[in-house]
Design a protein around this ligand. Structure first.
Ligand code: ADP
Ligand code: ZN
Ligand code: ZN
Length: 710
């Protein structure tokens, strides 16, 4: 037996401690970094990961030998996590200001943390056995050629792929410097997915693994089907939060052991352990879902780019409306931009028509469907074509209102209205979930005539059902897809199936219906009330609206035969707005240029870097008090004029479930300066919080680096 030595072990230390670095334990010097172990932590036994000793980067003294406990078990059955994986985790922890162990353990499949060595060994043996029954993984190129599923590339695709091949070529020096990040900009239906498939085939042919990220679980089955069809001989696993714990462990192990050739998943899959990673695809790279919104608030897109560099893997970011961050990087030459400017088969994008709502008759109850849009819908029904009507607000009406005394259906626990849901006659808070039956009369004055104000998808569905008919008098078939209508398992699939089968004339829904779905029969898309995000205080609102409308437009006319007649109607009170002008021209480049110019003037991302410190407390005063003390500490921590610390303000919805939320914005033109500042500042806040007098105690605080909204 060799003498045990001090080892650093990453463990998930309890929250709200300042212990961010791996802890020290006694163990066998031969243990490789990345090995899973079980260690004592307080009175518990927890899973940890032996962490590489960064002697230089870790100035803290090793605790006195007496206090150092020994490792309890080593999970010898599992090959150690690779250095690049550990480096990715360490980078994410540093960048997003979380503990290394917290990040490392939270991105492993939960099952893995519960099993002992024997159990892990069993799972691996079972997996190998199941895998042995599968036909051996076959070279994809041969497969695709044999089954004839790959289409002939068009000119733009050929050009894009040729450029990509040169960059992907294994004759390039392997290693970080040679791994390119490619921004694939192509409108919906321009054949981006085909490029993903070809790039994947190339990586697989080179003996590498492929990671494909999609923004939402709903979109994984479609993409999975396309990859499964193309790579029939290859092993594909899915990785997302909809899997059972056992399935998630299986997928993770298959990737880690190198059995799976392709991993398809949502943001958490960016941390999949893959020993031969050669390509990372990030589909719809602009999508906000890539940002994790709790715990370690990481951006899977940004981590994918970092990981590509670490592993020498090509990163392919695809979108019809790239994020302005990525677009700007391409402008600066840091990303390589490839463009697919036209739809496959020459189909046109739908013509965009703006309906000036100022000229339409005023209707009680807020944004309704205007007569010209109704007529257009009616016409499509008569022609046997489908339409999609999009309104980003679910429920029947956003608020109930008493005309006599002014009562409104506020939530008693939140600073928000409760939404009226007519189907089950409830008032529901979409923030805290508080639900009650709709009162018969006004709770304040007894007036029986309380009325819905404004319009959600439920009411829109009702209205359209009343107004739209087939030429022979049959009522039009209306379907609604939103978070309410798709709660049941399989409900979304069933509803989408009905649309695909042509059993629906008009599909009403929230942004859920604008994403990804390849509807063939839709020739008309109508946006009912998109203006709301035009003048939002959130600086990213126009960017998101533009992406959403472009995406919605992309749902129409996907069938080239019908594309010439396809249209998108936008109801707006601001038809002169520059965003709509760019939309009419399907001109992302013009939109991006205008937005980037504004952002540059205003010193907003990507020309500056932001972090938000959020505090939650029982009272607004306590939350504000903590942030004020934090701001004072910032002045001390901050020896650089290059960091601006703003005053505490309430979050957009200040009170949720009786918790008051305030935030403090920190900004710097330099990412590095901001990072160093945060690293100095945040540890001090742990101590600060404990020193606050009892009546000023906050419930929690957290920092959000590169927040989506401020
Ligand atoms: P995107 O991902 O940009 O929306 P897709 O790759 O899904 O575009 O392509 C749109 C449609 O065109 C798909 O049905 C796809 O199978 C088909 N397609 C893609 N490339 C070609 C091609 N070169 N020839 C014929 N059809 C193609
Ligand atoms: Zn009243
Ligand atoms: Zn509420």
């Amino acid at each position: 037996m060799t003498e045990p030595i001090h080892l650093r072990v990453a463990v998930d230390t309890p929250q709200h401690t300042s212990l961010r670095e791996p802890l020290t334990y006694l163990g066998d010097p031969a243990l490789a970094p990345g090995t899973l172990v079980r260690v004592p932590l307080g009175r518990r036994e927890v899973t940890g990961i032996v962490w590489a000793d960064l002697a230089v980067a870790s100035p803290e003294p090793v605790p006195p030998a007496l206090d150092v406990k020994s490792l309890l078990h080593v999970l010898t059955s599992l090959a150690p996590l690779r250095d690049t994986w550990c480096q990715l985790v360490e980078f994410a922890a540093g960048y997003y200001q979380r503990g290394i162990g917290e990040v490392a353990l939270s991105v492993l499949p939960p099952e893995l943390r519960k099993l002992d060595d024997t159990q892990v060994r069993q799972r691996i043996a079972r997996l190998h056995k199941a895998w042995a029954r599968l036909p051996p993984s076959e070279p994809a190129e041969a497969q695709a050629a044999a089954s004839g599923v790959a289409p002939e590339l068009d000119a733009a695709q050929t050009r894009a792929l040729a450029e990509l091949r040169v960059m992907q070529s294994p004759t390039n020096e392997p290693g970080p410097a040679s791994a390119p990040t490619v921004l694939l900009h192509g409108i919906t239906g321009s054949g981006k997915t085909e490029i993903y498939l070809r790039a994947a085939a190339q990586a697989l042919a080179d003996g590498r693994q492929v990671l494909v990220l999609v923004p939402e679980i709903n979109l994984t089955p479609q993409l999975e089907a396309r990859f499964a069809e193309r790579f029939a001989g290859r092993h594909i696993v899915a990785m997302h939060s909809g899997l059972t714990p056992a399935q998630r462990l299986r997928s993770w192990l298959a990737a880690h052991l190198g059995l799976a050739d392709l991993v398809l998943g949502t943001r958490l899959a960016v941390f999949a352990s893959m020993p031969r990673l050669g390509l990372i695809v990030v589909d719809e790279e602009h999508d906000p879902s890539y940002k994790q919104q709790e715990g370690a608030r990481y951006s899977a897109r940004d981590l994918a780019v970092y990981r590509g560099k670490l592993e020498g893997a090509t990163v392919l970011l695809g979108s019809a409306t790239p994020s302005l961050e990525s677009w700007q990087r391409a402008e600066e030459g840091r990303y390589r931009r490839l463009s697919l400017p036209a739809r496959i088969g020459g189909g046109a994008l739908p013509a965009v028509r703006l309906v000036d709502m100022n000229l339409q008759p005023r209707v009680k109850g807020g944004a309704a469907i205007s007569p010209p849009v109704l007529a257009a819908l009616q016409q499509r029904i008569a022609r046997g074509e489908q339409s999609l009507v999009f309104l980003n607000r679910r429920g029947y009406a956003p608020v109930l209102h008493c005309g006599d005394c002014g009562w409104k259906s506020g939530c008693p626990h939140c600073s928000a209205w409760r939404v009226f849901h007519k189907l089950d006659r409830t008032l529901r808070c979409h923030h805290c979930g508080f639900t009650e039956r709709v009162p018969r009369a006004c709770p304040d004055c007894g007036n029986l005539d309380i009325a819905p104000m404004g319009r959600g998808t439920e009411r829109l569905e009702e209205q359209l059902a009343e107004l739209l008919t087939h030429p022979d008098g049959r009522p039009a078939r209306i379907a609604r897809i939103d978070a309410d209508s798709t709660r049941g398992k399989g409900a979304l699939e069933a509803q989408l199936g009905a649309v695909h089968a042509g059993e629906v004339d008009v599909l009403v829904g929230t942004q859920m219906i604008t994403k990804g779905h390849d509807f063939r029969g839709i020739t008309l898309v109508a946006a009912v009330n998109p203006d709301t995000s035009l003048f939002s205080s959130d600086f990213r609102a126009p960017e998101r609206l533009f992406a959403l409308l472009m995406q919605a437009a992309g749902r129409a006319g996907r069938d080239a035969a019908q594309s010439a007649a396809s249209e998108m109607w936008v109801q707006t009170w601001h038809p002169q707005h520059a965003l709509y002008a760019a939309l009419r021209g399907h001109d992302f480049e013009a939109f991006a240029a205008a937005q980037l110019a504004e952002r540059r003037m205003a010193g907003l991302p990507p020309f500056s870097h932001l972090a938000l410190l959020r505090a939650e407390a029982r009272t607004a005063d306590a939350a504000r008090g903590f942030l004020q003390v934090a701001a004072q500490a910032a002045e001390r921590a901050c020896d650089s004029a290059a960091v601006t610390v703003y005053s505490p303000v309430p979050t957009p919805i200040a009170r949720v479930a009786n918790v008051e939320r305030m935030q403090l914005l920190v900004e710097s033109p330099s990412r590095g300066v901001l990072q160093r500042f945060l690293a100095d500042w945040l540890p001090a806040l742990h101590a600060l919080r404990r020193e606050l007098p009892a009546e000023q105690r906050i419930l929690r605080w957290a920092v959000d680096v590169d927040p989506l909204a401020i």
